[in-house]
Write a protein that binds this ligand. Structure first.
Ligand SMILES: [Cu+2]
Length: 131
């Protein structure tokens, strides 16, 4: 038995993980109301936490068009970010320069909602103020 045959899938897996940071998928069936009640949700994960300056990539794995459109906490479009229409298989990335909590929805299917939590960059403490 040749062991290299077993190493190839492992290698592929590690490459996948190396690029899998901060990915939100739009699962199949998200265009149907009540997707928010499924395990995968309408955006998977429904809430993602990143560090300030990092990017998130959304990937549309559904068969319908979707958007990633930022809204206020009360659900009004606020113009912070908007993917525009994403066809099946399309990805869209956005870099979060500001910390805070960002809500978004799909402008075509308003029951699809998700959240992004952006933690601020760690503050470098000066030695003189540790006491
Ligand atoms: Cu949608």
């Amino acid at each position: 038995m040749n062991n290299t045959l077993f190493l190839i899938p492992l290698l592929a897996l590690s490459i996948t993980f190396a690029f899998a940071d901060n990915i939100v998928t739009i699962p199949e069936g998200s265009s149907v109301p009540d997707c928010e009640k499924t395990i995968e949700g309408c955006y998977n994960p429904l809430e993602i936490t990143i560090q300030q300056g990092e990017s998130i990539t959304w990937e549309n794995k559904d068969t319908a068009f979707h958007t990633v459109t930022s809204v206020t906490s009360t659900g009004k479009i606020d113009g912070v970010f908007d993917s525009g229409f994403m066809n099946t298989g399309k990805t869209w990335s956005y870099k979060f320069e500001e910390s805070g909590t960002f809500s978004y929805f799909c402008s075509l299917h308003p029951w699809m909602v998700g959240n992004v939590i952006v933690n601020s960059k760690p503050i470098i403490m000066d030695d003189t103020i540790t006491n």
